[in-house]
Design a protein around this ligand. Structure first.
Ligand code: G6P
Length: 614
């Protein structure tokens, strides 16, 4: 899940590559490096740690040229260090590689290359690629052909970019398997490659996307695609609307805070133009191919996802079963792919992945498709691999999310799940117009409700500063807000490194109660809904054991004030949209605890935004 940028044209590549890397730093940030072609050789600059360290190295030893590649790393093989940072060079320092993914057979390849007297400078799996290419170049092949032949020997998953000082006007990039996207950006007399669009939005909005088993030769005035058998292919160009401005911090201290505050907008964009206000019917655009007959034929929905998207899936199961009456299960994609999943005729596999590139989710999709399921994807990134695999695509339209921990893509995913549940319910004749109208009124009110929940930011900050030093936290929720409990706990773990656990209220008596004492803050999500009374009982149980109760409750709820130590209010809302509102104070709480603890909020240690390794 590393960030990749490459440039070939007439300008100095180094600032362009560095700026692109800065926009991708969320993908990996334990080391970084650039290679630039200068007078027949490659200049390499690398540094351990964040990109600022590489900036300093470049300032001390400047290099410039019109062909350059760069990489920010998230270590898999080989600890984070300068020597393990990409790019990696061949024995003669003529050819360089950057890579995202894992070369599974690198041990055999490396032993073989060492036996043939290749000298290795790093502990990485990546370096074998450049030595394999070196052998092909020595045999007189050009860079594209050398790369193609070398890459055919790689097992595993990889996005690879290669340059050689022997051909200083060419970048070769390839995608093997689903790990790591490769995009090509088109300029005028210059072209780009990258792992993600935000790296290039300053320069272009027109892109092509490599699929599994494809490669591309990029020159200033020419872009040529082929498969790994060497057969030329034609790729479509896509123009996107994301702009650079929305990818900048916009006055907020962190991207995380900016993105939390962008939720009203993201939610209204997710809803926009998807409902016929007259009939209250959900109408998706042409990316959703599912007809009424298809919807009626669905027998089961199996949701696959990871991390925050998995939590959205838990809310999704609740929404789909309640509205559309279709049996729905939710599974961690990383578990799904390693068993023998049973697929029934008429099954839909609904993949939730905001990036559309999480390798475990893509593998689960592949497996489900192979076994005959129809693939539906809900996610954010236009042109991602998931968007190209699925039969039906529902975009979040949330705009780029830069902070590693998800916020606006979570709420937008839950909103899209609500729309999809209504869509199915309506096509299957499971819901009448008045009920649809009531639920949609709740949904259309969401931007205002979330805005209302954001008003608690200062109060939440005060609470966060009061409890920031606690070692453990417990998040309790029931019904559709069980998802909120899980997601609230994950946010706190990711951002602040505090231990937090999300539990269904009814499960406390089966174990979690043993944890409660006077040091444990328990965040109880208790809006006025169908399980409100049950949540009150859970709060009593915590109080009886001297735990500290921080309740998230509906505004105006006087009863809960007697029972909880602290109360954060959210506006009253329809039960089915409540997870979208109730998560907001928990995102803010996690943010402020982390900020108070001095954590790196946008780039938490050991994490990365897009996980393209297993
Ligand atoms: C990473 C991120 C999480 C995210 C998960 C799934 O682990 O750090 O914030 O929830 O990937 O991402 P996806 O793009 O598949 O939704």
């Amino acid at each position: 899940m590393c960030g990749i940028v490459g440039y070939v044209g007439t300008k100095d590549a180094v600032p362009i590559v560095m700026e692109g890397l800065r926009r991708l730093e969320y993908r990996g940030y334990d080391s970084a490096g650039v290679a630039v072609a200068v007078d027949g050789h490659l200049e390499l600059r690398r540094a351990e740690g964040k990109l600022g360290n590489l900036d300093r190295v470049i300032a001390e030893r400047p290099a410039s040229g019109t062909l350059g590649i760069g990489h920010t790393r998230w270590a898999t093989h080989g600890r984070p260090s300068e020597t393990n940072a990409h790019p990696h060079l061949d024995c003669d320092g003529v050819t360089a590689v950057i890579h995202n993914g894992i070369v599974e057979n690198y041990r055999e390849l490396k032993d073989d290359l060492i036996a043939r007297k290749h000298r290795f400078g790093s502990e990485t799996d990546t370096e074998v690629i450049v030595h394999l290419v070196e052998e092909e170049l020595r045999a007189g092949r050009d860079l594209a052909e050398a790369a193609r032949r070398a890459l055919r020997r790689i097992e595993g998953a990889a996005a690879v970019v290669l340059v050689s000082a022997s051909d200083p006007k060419t970048i070769v990039a390839a995608r093997i398997s689903n790990a790591g996207g490769v995009i090509v950006g088109y300029g005028d007399g210059e072209n780009f490659v990258a792992s993600d669009m935000p790296a290039l939005l300053e320069h272009t909005r027109t892109f092509s996307f490599l699929d599994h088993g494809e490669m591309v030769v990029v020159r200033p005035d020419l872009v040529r695609f082929m498969d790994l058998d060497g057969k030329e292919i034609v790729k479509a160009k896509t123009t996107v609307a994301f702009d650079v401005v929305s990818a900048a911090k916009g006055g907020y201290k962190h991207f995380m805070l900016k993105e939390i505050f962008e939720q009203p907008r993201a939610i209204s964009d997710a809803l926009l133009a998807r409902v016929d206000r007259r009939t209250s019917r959900v109408i998706f655009d042409e990316d959703v191919k599912m007809t009424e007959a298809d919807a009626r034929a669905v027998t089961r929905i199996s949701i696959v996802a990871c991390g925050t998207s998995y939590h959205a899936g838990i809310a999704g199961k609740y929404l789909i079963e309640r509205l559309a009456g279709i049996p729905t299960d939710v599974e961690l994609a990383s578990e799904y792919r390693y068993r023998e999943p049973a697929i029934v005729p008429g099954q839909v596999t609904l993949a939730l992945t905001q990036s559309g590139e999480t390798v475990d989710t893509l593998a689960a999709m592949e497996e489900a498709q192979r076994r005959g399921a129809r693939l539906v994807w809900i996610g954010n990134v236009v042109g991602s691999q998931a968007s190209r695999m699925a039969a039906d695509v529902i975009y979040l339209h949330a705009g780029p999310e830069i902070a590693v921990a998800a916020s606006k893509t979570y709420t937008a995913t839950v909103v899209c799940l609500l729309l999809y549940a209504l869509f199915l319910a309506q096509r299957r004749g499971k819901i009448d117009e008045a009920t649809s109208r009531g639920i949609l009124a709740g949904a259309f009110h969401l931007p205002t409700l979330v805005d209302g929940a954001l008003q608690s930011s200062e109060q939440v900050r005060t609470l966060a500063y009061r409890y920031y030093a606690a070692r453990d936290f417990l998040h309790l929720g029931r019904g559709v807000n069980y998802a909120t409990a899980l997601e609230g706990a994950l946010k706190l773990k990711e951002l602040s490194y505090a231990h937090a656990e999300g539990t269904a209220g009814g499960e406390m008596k089966h174990g979690t109660n043993a944890l409660i004492d006077e040091n444990l803050p328990v965040i109880a999500i208790a809006p006025r809904d169908g399980v409100y009374r049950k949540m009150l009982s859970n709060i009593e149980e915590v109080r009886a054991r001297a735990g500290i109760v921080i309740a998230v409750a509906t505004a105006g709820d006087a009863e809960i004030r007697d029972k909880a130590d602290e109360v954060i209010t959210i506006p009253a809302c329809h039960e089915l949209v409540s997870p979208v509102v109730a998560i907001v104070p928990l995102q803010l709480f996690a943010y402020h605890v982390a900020d108070r603890r001095g954590c790196d909020v946008d780039q938490p240690r050991n994490l990365a935004k897009t996980v393209t390794v297993e």
